[in-house]
Design a protein around this ligand. Structure first.
Ligand code: NAD
Ligand code: ZN
Length: 351
């Protein structure tokens, strides 16, 4: 039995972004905003409730975020500000939020963010941090992870210190998300729930979060009505993240990390590609995923890993095998025997 931390303060509701300053700690000093650059000339960018002296760093989320980007942002913040900022705010999808979490931790811990990829390696609390998701699904707003890609691995900085101190869940921030992105990010949440519910590390608390989040995802993606179900998906994303904090992901994520590392696939898309071949593990949920994909006109692309060199496939397999916790969650302590490298290659070949 472990002790789990949760995000202590939550502001939920349309228009919540305007009230974000109420969540900031007292005192003076600048707030550093890490904002997905997609919002730079858009409605969200124009509505940021910044104060005089704050810094806004526009984060290019065109690719999965890297340890190098997190380190560079720390260096820039240190160079730009006379002293440690009062707070860090991350506004964007999982990528921008994860970089904001990493920045907060790297402002108080020495070295490179790559040194902290793993479990509970962060020694000192980070700068106070607030997250405001503009995509629903990753659950990064609720999780204790900042997922970063380094030279040879994609891995999370997992610690209680890399969890937001407060979040703003403002469904209006997801207005206008392109349908394919909405689906891929939403399926990340769906898969988080399927994997935690099917896993061995689940407890009743995580089951409660995951079951409700799964229901909300299915309601949004199987709906006949044309609404975009913003509130439901934002709730599902947060609850899906809470379920993961109290359990673990599974085989899909272990395979998906290999796809992102080697092929540069975005996380949500990589999950969809991997989940589509996991009938043997998550049967009925994979069938429902296909129905949702068809209903939303988003097909998981096929054949992406084909044509890769043996070395590239070897790196993907090695990445998958590093995901010990998700694989233990999915298959139990005997996972190495149940999922040998040949089986992983076979699954990649089916994608
Ligand atoms: P994302 O942050 O990678 O963004 C995907 C794309 O959508 C980007 O081009 C981004 O600019 C754009 N975008 C963001 N908000 C938008 C908006 N409102 N309108 C239009 N476009 C918008 O996508 P994501 O699915 O939210 O997050 C995936 C990332 O999160 C991956 O890097 C993954 O590794 C990470 N992740 C983290 C956790 C965690 O617990 N920390 C969990 C799952 C995934
Ligand atoms: Zn995920």
């Amino acid at each position: 039995m472990r002790i789990f931390k949760q995000v202590p303060r939550i502001l939920f509701g349309a228009g919540g972004l305007a009230r974000l300053p109420e969540l900031l700690p007292d005192g003076d000093g600048a707030t550093v905003w890490v904002v997905d650059a997609v919002h730079r000339d858009a409605a969200v960018g124009a509505r940021l409730p910044t104060a005089a002296g704050d810094r806004v760093y526009w984060f290019d989320a065109a690719k999965e975020p890297s340890t190098a980007q997190a380190d560079a942002l720390r260096d820039q913040t240190v160079a730009d500000l006379p002293r440690t900022p009062r707070a860090v705010v991350g506004v964007g999808g999982g990528a921008a939020m994860d970089v904001a979490k990493a920045l907060s931790v790297m402002l108080t811990n020495p070295g490179s963010s790559a040194d902290y990829q793993g479990w509970d390696l962060v020694r000192r609390p980070g700068v106070f941090k607030v997250g405001a998701p503009t995509l629903s699904g990753s659950g990064a707003e609720a999780s204790r992870t900042a997922v970063l890609t380094g030279r040879d691995r994609k891995f999370g900085v997992n610690s209680d210190y890399s969890m937001f101190d407060a979040v703003v869940l403002d469904p209006d921030l997801t207005v206008g998300v392109p349908p394919a992105q909405r689906f891929h990010s939403g399926m990340d949440c769906y898969i988080h729930c399927v994997e935690s519910l099917a896993g061995t590390m689940i407890n009743e608390l995580a089951r409660g979060y995951a079951a409700r989040a799964l229901e909300l995802c299915e309601r949004a993606f199987l709906a006949d009505d044309p609404g975009d179900h913003r509130e439901e998906l934002m709730t599902a994303s947060f609850m899906g993240g809470c379920s993961i904090v109290n359990s673990e992901v599974g085989i899909c994520h272990a395979l998906s990390y290999g796809l992102s590392l080697e092929l540069g696939l975005r996380h949500g898309l990589a999950n969809c590609v991997a989940f589509d071949v996991l009938d043997d593990y998550y049967g009925a949920a994979v069938e429902r995923f296909r129905v949702m994909a068809a209903r939303n006109g988003v097909a998981a692309p096929k054949g992406l890993p084909r044509g890769l060199s043996d070395e590239a496939v070897g790196r993907m397999v090695a990445m998958t095998l590093r995901m010990e916790k998700p694989l233990t969650n999915a298959l139990g302590p005997d996972w190495r025997r149940l999922l040998p490298p040949e089986r992983i290659v076979e699954l990649y070949n089916r994608m």
